[in-house]
Every structure is written in structure tokens, then in C-alpha cells.
Ligand binder design. Structure first.
Ligand code: NAP
Length: 261
């Protein structure tokens, strides 16, 4: 028996932040399962490179330049996807940035750039795609928050604040849009090795700390997030909305002793 429960075949999947890191890996995962994928990001060259690397004869990825902090850009993106593919089954809202420093050192500009992309950008994207999904009467929105949503790591307070906003947006939109057949969930990744985090994990002390405090005793890879994303996009999660899947190797499950107990 062919199990279609987890199928995303022929789904139209829009992935913001799809040109690198987690978003690019998810784009590849959806495309290889027969979805029509559109990746969006700010840099045309990076997007084209990612789309070329993912594209094969059997799956298709297109790309659109879009800064999610601009409502005009997002409007153009969503209209373009709608006119080319006729619908949007899934939005994976991955675009995000971070800047680590002591709280007292952030400038207003630093704060605005993090908040405008991570919190406002995720809101604009969900709202604009959500309007289409409400008209369609169906859709799945997958946001990306963080383990910082629940307990901020030192040096990431504005980022943690922005991701806490994504968590509350996920719950609020799920609560409002369930009646329209639109589900809204999020994924909270743990420590995943990407451009965003490679500097911090290049430090051996950090690596040892990360592994020691993660029950599964390793840092995450971008492919660790595929299962959660396919699940949330597919009928396998059809009675699930307003929830967050923490894919963090168990980091947020508990706190370790510094001795072997
Ligand atoms: P990454 O490798 O730096 O990739 C970020 C992606 O977002 C890129 O495609 C980037 O493309 C795009 N992007 C950034 N700002 C954008 C904007 N204003 N408009 C449109 N696209 C934008 O980061 P990552 O590690 O894959 O992280 C992806 C998401 O996961 C982020 O939301 C991050 O907060 C979250 N996350 C990551 C980790 C981790 O350990 N890596 C853990 C928890 C949560 P351009 O720069 O070309 O626009």
C-alpha cells in the first residue's frame, strides 16, 4: 500500500529564506517529494545558485527576490506565486537573522533590523499568504522560532524577543484561521550548523558545551528538520494547529548536572 498520509506531491510550497541553510534544505526536501517549490530571499545570485543546485529533471524549484520586511515585496511575491501556480498549499517562513552581543551594546538600528525581519517580516508573510489561504479554504503555515523563544541564551535578547513574537503569532493565527481550514504551526530548531551559527560553533568550547547539554549528544544538521516540516505540511498533521515542534535533540527537555549523575 502506498501511504499518502505524509505526501506533499503536487503541493505548491513557498519557502522564505530558501536560498541558504535550513530553508534551502527544506526546499530540496519538498521538491524531491514532488512539490512545486518557490524559494525567496534578498539576493538574486544566491537564490539562483540554490535553485540550480536543487533542480533536477524530476523536480522543480523557482526563485523570487523578496525582502520579507517589506510589505510591498511580499505582496509582489505572493501575487507572482498565485498567478504562476494558482494556489499556495504551504508557507514555510524561514527567513531570519541574528546578531549576538551584550544587551547594553545593541543600537536601535540593530534592534530594528532583527525585529523587522524576524517578527514583522514573519507577520507580513503569514498575513499576506494567509489571505490567499482563507480564500482557498485550506493551507498550512509553518513558522520557525527557536529554543531562544523559551529561555534566551545570553547575548541574544532582541532575537529571543522576536522569536517569542513568532510563537505568539503562531498561536493567534491558528486560533483565528482554523475556521477557514488554515493551520498554523511552528518548528523550534535547536543548534543547527548553518551560516547563521557557524561562527559560534567554530569554537571548540562551544561545541563541547552544546553536545554535553543536548541529550542526543550532537549538534543538529539542516536535514534534521525535514521530518517535522513534511509532517506539518501534510495530512499527517491535519488535526494539529497552533503548536510548536521542538527539534533540538532534547536541549530544552531538561538541565544537566556538571557531574556524571
Ligand atoms: P541562514 O543560513 O543565515 O539563512 C537565512 C536565510 O534567510 C537565507 O536564505 C537568507 O537569504 C534569508 N533571509 C534573511 N533575511 C531575509 C529577509 N529580510 N528577507 C528574505 N529572506 C531573508 O540561517 P539558518 O540558520 O538557516 O536559519 C533559518 C531560520 O531558522 C531563521 O529564522 C533562524 O532564526 C532560525 N533558527 C536557526 C537556528 C540555527 O541553529 N541555525 C536555530 C533556531 C532557529 P538572504 O540573506 O540572501 O536574504
Amino acid at each position: 500500500m502506498l501511504d499518502t498520509l505524509f505526501s506533499v506531491k503536487d503541493h505548491v510550497v513557498l519557502i522564505t529564506g530558501g536560498s541558504r541553510g535550513i530553508g534551502k534544505e527544506l526546499a530540496s526536501a519538498f521538491a524531491s517529494r514532488g512539490a512545486q517549490v518557490i524559494i525567496a530571499g534578498r539576493n538574486k545570485e544566491t537564490l539562483n545558485k540554490a535553485a540550480n543546485e536543487i533542480n533536477t529533471s524530476s523536480n522543480s524549484v523557482s526563485s523570487e527576490v523578496c525582502d520579507v520586511s517589506s510589505s510591498d515585496d511580499v505582496e509582489v511575491l505572493v501575487n507572482s506565486v498565485k498567478s504562476q501556480y494558482g494556489k499556495i498549499d504551504t508557507l514555510v517562513s524561514v527567513a531570519g537573522v541574528n546578531k549576538r552581543m551584550k544587551a547594553e551594546a545593541y543600537t536601535e538600528e540593530d534592534y530594528d533590523s532583527i525585529t523587522n525581519i524576524n517578527a514583522k517580516g514573519a507577520w507580513i508573510t503569514a498575513q499576506t499568504v494567509g489571505r490567499e489561504m482563507i480564500t482557498q479554504g485550506s493551507g498550512s503555515i509553518i513558522n520557525v522560532d527557536s529554543l531562544n523563544t523559551y529561555a534566551p541564551l545570553r547575548g541574544t535578547t532582541p532575537y529571543a524577543m522576536s522569536k517569542a513574537s513568532v510563537l505568539m503569532m503562531t498561536r493567534g493565527l491558528a486560533n483565528e484561521w482554523g475556521r477557514h481550514g488554515v493551520r498554523v504551526n511552528s518548528i523550534a530548531p535547536g543548534f543547527i550548523l548553518t551560516d547563521l551559527t557557524k561562527k559560534v560553533w567554530a569554537d571548540e568550547t562551544m561545541q563541547a558545551w552544546g553536545k554535553a547539554n543536548t541529550p542526543l549528544e550532537r549538534l543538529g544538521t539542516v536535514s534534521d528538520l525535514i521530518g517535522a516540516a513534511i509532517f506539518l505540511a501534510s495530512d499527517a498533521s491535519q488535526f494539529m494547529t497552533g503548536q510548536t515542534l521542538r527539534v533540538d535533540g532534547g536541549f530544552t527537555a531538561g538541565i544537566n548536572w556538571p557531574i556524571d549523575l
